[in-house]
Write a protein that binds this ligand. Sequence first.
Ligand SMILES: CC(=O)SCCNC(=O)CCNC(=O)[C@H](O)C(C)(C)COP(=O)(O)OP(=O)(O)OC[C@H]1O[C@@H](n2cnc3c(N)ncnc32)[C@H](O)[C@@H]1OP(=O)(O)O
Length: 175
Amino acid sequence: MSRPLPKRVAESFTTMSELVMPNDTNPQDNLMGGNMLRWMDICCAICAGKHCARPVVTASVDNVAFKSAIKNGEVITLEASVTRAFNTSIEVYVEVFAATMQGTHPRRTHHAYFTFVALDKDHGSPVQVPELIPLTEMEQQRYTDALRRRELRLVLAGRLKPEQAPHLQELFRPQ
Ligand SMILES: CC(=O)SCCNC(=O)CCNC(=O)[C@H](O)C(C)(C)COP(=O)(O)OP(=O)(O)OC[C@H]1O[C@@H](n2cnc3c(N)ncnc32)[C@H](O)[C@@H]1OP(=O)(O)O
């Protein structure tokens, strides 16, 4: 089967908002990390599904730091965009912003890279994804850096040997 036509980042850009409710929080009244991860996964999965036009599954999540607490009653907004398509997998970047319901105390609270794999509808096996066309300077930067991030996560997952990761090695080479 031929590879689907390439797509631009804007074609799958996804945003969603959630109001943090008592059921989402811990005894300190802060949003539970697990709930945050769940919403990040959902937002990224919608974005990945739009890009691939196929069923997608989460293959991995890179490091997520919980630096800034989000309080009960605050509104969070998630923004997800595809950074690069590989063969059957794509990398999606998600940023999370929080603010009060009145829009005060706005801040960026979380960000992470998710990897999704597109599956064939009939057999559930990985299938080729459309390539990504990065247009803006930021899209091109994320696209370039995605090679290094991919190598790092595949090395950490035991799927790639460090000596097979040239973009990653470049980081550690003296200038
Ligand atoms: C939206 C959701 O929450 S879905 C629910 C949670 N997710 C799941 O249940 C997924 C369960 N896992 C799976 O089904 C399988 O492990 C799959 C489909 C992700 C991968 O299956 P594999 O048999 O490893 O497939 P295969 O070796 O062909 O690799 C397919 C792609 O996955 C990528 N991949 C596999 N593991 C990882 C990983 N840990 N990190 C990043 N990419 C990975 C490979 O690099 C490859 O990408 P490429 O074709 O672009 O080079």
